[in-house]
Ligand binder design. Sequence first.
Ligand code: SF4
Length: 383
Amino acid sequence: MTHHETMNQSDEILARSTEFVPTALDRFREENCGSVVDWRIAMKRAIRSSDELRSILGLSGDGLTSEESELSGIAGGSEKAFDCSVTAEKAFPTFVPLEYLSRIRPGDPSDPLLRQVLPDPREDVEAQGFVPDPVGDLRVMPAPAILHKYQGRALVVTTGACGVHCRYCFRREFPYSEASAGGQSLEPTLAYLGQHREVEEVLLSGGDPLTLVDRNLDTMVQAISQFEHVKRLRVHTRMPIVIPQRVTAELIEIFTRSPLAVWFVVHVNHPSELDAHVLERLAMLIDAGIPVLNQAVLLKGVNDNVETLQQLCGLLVSHRIQPYYLHQLDRVRGAAHFEVPVEKGLEIMRELRKRLPGYAMPEYVIEESGEASKTPIVSTAKS
Ligand code: SF4
């Protein structure tokens, strides 16, 4: 079973007038305005079909601009585009929580948040160099649910479930049901960590570790905290961004009770992902003494321009969140249409450096299979 099987457009922005309010979205806002449901209910209510997503947002077509259709050889709105979208969705199902959906502009097929979550016919186009396991995860699994790639750090694949399905995810084909800690006994995973005294830092990743219920997460954190040689726990999660109510006082207590130094790394690619509710819940973590870092992926049509990244990094540091990495896209099968050329990435970084204070600058990196660390992408050229 692959990644998330475990859980069950035009180049013009559609003309929007004051009268154009899709009924379904209207209804959704009415029903949800001001009410915050438990995060588990939010997971259950997430949209799991691209047709429903389009209908709620008042979209017709498949989201391809005419330029994109031409480049991919798939005519936008054609039968072939439809078939390719269906295949893409079967391979990696749609999963979009309503809390995230409410931040997408209705009627806009180019919305940067929509592009991250709507299955795209181009996912079905073969592209050279785009493979199922681009970072070589499966070659560095010495024990069940453990990825041990870098010195002193080991990553625990806690679960295959996520709070959203990002179409460019480098683990979209990861065999979670065989290789995650959530579905089986924790013992072999813990035994490995106990035997490897060089491991000073444990990363909880997935999937998304915060899709585990508090009780299971608590058991895992407590068990890892018992190892004297482990000093730090890093939690990689997108849940506070997509379903912010996952961050509760009880959740925070699980981490503050641990003697380990706990760091959170969230994943935000565009400033529109940070609404007031998300910022409020991230502040709860920071106020509790948990540092929060952000990693973003450089994505074509989402954040591949200086203004967007300047706004994103500015917003992050204004809310005490440190921009950590800007990742060059991992070349996973189905995500080629998101790739931004490295030269363009470097140009954006050069310009960003002029506009932001040093501490607000993320490091532009690429993950290369078999390397001992992430590789910084730097240019010696003068701007
Ligand atoms: S939340 Fe992270 S792991 Fe889950 S689909 Fe998105 S990028 Fe992949």
